[in-house]
Design a protein around this ligand. Sequence first.
Ligand code: C5P
Length: 218
Amino acid sequence: MIKRKNIIKIAIDSPAGAGAGTLGKALSKHYNLFYLDTGKIYRFIAYLNLRYPKKFNYQFIKYKIKSLKVKDLANKTLLTNEVGIKASVISKKKKIRKIVHLFQINFAYNPPNKYKGSCLDGRDITYNIVPDADFKFFITANLKTRALRRYKELKTINNKITYYEVLKSIKIRDKNDYNRKIAPLKKTKDSLLINTTNLNKRACFLKIKKIIDRKLNN
Ligand code: C5P
């Protein structure tokens, strides 16, 4: 695999709804980094499982991931609650994580030349995918805040959804993600903990920008 030299790499891990995606996007735009929401890949595989239950096997997943383009991940069908829960189930499987691994590594270490680097967010990015990242963050917020944020987002694509449904699904996913044997969600010692419960998007971005700029300008 080709690794580009002298690029900036940002790794973010977080539970669902903590604001990692929003932050990752804002940082990527500001620092001109190639951004990947890695959860979307697991969601894509979960979607394949729901859509093609009979065809669904490792060969099929490999084939689909090979031709996967970043823009395919913007598909709205990947955002649903159902797909999210399924993603947290299929992502426990070692073989599936292995297939996704290569896609992520390529993305992180070999972003297109027009970018200055990469920014990935997920559950195992800081210690499994980009362990040598220049900046590592663990973004969190309390359960109710995270559920409310996700609820507001999901409401725009499904007006029947209730807050309690979303709360329940976030609890299930937290349990799955923190407790699984392979690549569980955890904060590494070298990641900076940011609690966004009482921080709005802008405040969160500015707080992290300050930290990054301090190191970059040194
Ligand atoms: O981030 P998002 O909520 O879209 O992720 C969906 C699911 O994908 C998570 O609940 C988690 O189980 C899985 N995931 C993972 N590793 C990552 C990113 C997401 O296992 N790096």
